[in-house]
Ligand binder design. Structure first.
Ligand code: NAD
Length: 318
């Protein structure tokens, strides 16, 4: 029988083929990947313009001093990245490396001289410091006007008291920009922030409160974090616990920001980075999610550069 499109046999074959076709694969709802690298590039492009204005109109080139104490490997990598990115946008950076054996007085003397140096607009002390240092005490000797990490009690106090003009810590500032890249108006939303450090959790909770968000701040002793998370429109994980936030912790359509940076080692002994969120599982439920690496990290550095530019802008206007 000649093959015709509409022959009975062909139709029969088609219909039986239909029956045997495998079921359509279920298309999983994949979250938007919030690309921290590209948002950071946009922010840095804007900073280049502001730095050009500072140079052209005020003859000021922003300067950032970075103090590193001891030989913490991760700190070396972070500081190298900060210096490279300073150079990219036109900020002068000065790294001061002190041996881990130095006494606190030696560190404080260096900080004092940087506080008084008019060429330097921002000063950061790379954390963590070796155990013998009392980090909060060291941080509060940074001049608040140069505290571009935003960790001095005066700057944190300004943030918590809604007083303008202080420096906002870089990671929370970056997290808010990442959330805004998905949704501008956050009023009335519920957020869960996991982790209560001065560096991330507490200032971020306050920034979210200022946006009209109802915030729950979770710590290591919180009972049933899963049920609290599963009610949240925004989940921010900043606990330093790999894969803490699982797929069934997150409500469908939530925005998930993964601040965690955890170094693990694979079967071959090769190190790799993971966040606090099980990305694969959570991205099937969330509306948008940040990857690790490539999410919060680049925005943290971009916000450090932004704070340094603000410090330089404040310098000429003061
Ligand atoms: P931290 O150790 O100072 O604070 C951790 C917080 O998490 C504490 O409040 C603790 O109570 C809470 N916590 C610990 N285990 C918990 C659990 N099982 N459930 C709920 N809460 C828990 O840490 P940090 O300095 O705030 O940093 C947190 C994480 O974020 C770390 O992985 C750090 O490396 C990372 N980090 C990333 C960036 C970035 O730019 N991406 C910046 C800063 C910190």
């Amino acid at each position: 029988m000649p093959f015709t499109k509409h022959s009975k046999t062909t139709l029969a074959a088609e219909s039986s083929a239909k029956k045997t076709l495998p079921e359509k694969p279920v298309i999983e709802n994949k979250a938007k990947n919030i690309d921290g690298r590209s948002l950071a590039i946009h922010l840095k492009e804007d900073l280049v313009k502001r730095i050009n204005v500072l140079e052209r109109e005020h003859n000021i080139r922003p300067g950032l001093a970075i103090i590193r104490v001891g030989d913490d490997q991760a700190s070396q990598v972070y500081v190298a990245s900060k210096k490279r990115q300073c150079k990219e946008v036109g900020i002068r950076s000065f790294e001061h490396v002190l041996p881990g054996t130095i006494e606190p007085e030696g560190l404080l003397d260096l900080m004092q001289s940087i506080n008084e140096d008019p060429e330097i607009h921002g000063l950061i002390v790379q954390l963590p410091l070796p155990k013998k240092f009392n980090s909060p005490e060291i941080i509060q000797t940074i001049s608040p006007q140069k505290d571009v990490d935003g960790l001095h009690p005066l700057n944190l106090g300004k943030l918590f008291c809604d007083i303008k003009g202080g420096f906002v810590p870089c990671t929370p500032k970056g997290c808010i920009k990442l959330i805004h890249s998905v949704q501008k108006d956050l009023k009335g939303l519920k957020a869960v922030v996991i982790g209560t450090s001065n560096l991330v959790g507490k200032p971020l909770a306050h920034l979210l409160l200022k946006e009209g968000v109802t915030v729950s701040l979770l710590n290591a002793k919180t009972k049933d974090p899963k049920s609290l998370c599963s009610q949240a429109d925004i989940v921010v994980a900043a606990a330093g616990v790999p894969y803490l936030v699982q797929g069934d912790w997150v409500k469908k359509g939530a925005i998930v920001i993964d601040v965690g940076i955890n170094r693990l080692v694979d079967g071959q002994g090769k190190p790799y980075l993971v966040g606090d969120v099980d990305y694969d599982a959570v991205s099937k439920k969330a509306k948008a999610i940040t990857p690790v690496p490539g999410g919060v990290g680049p925005m943290t550095v971009a916000c450090l550069l932004e704070n340094t530019v603000i410090a330089a802008e404040n310098f000429y206007s003061s």
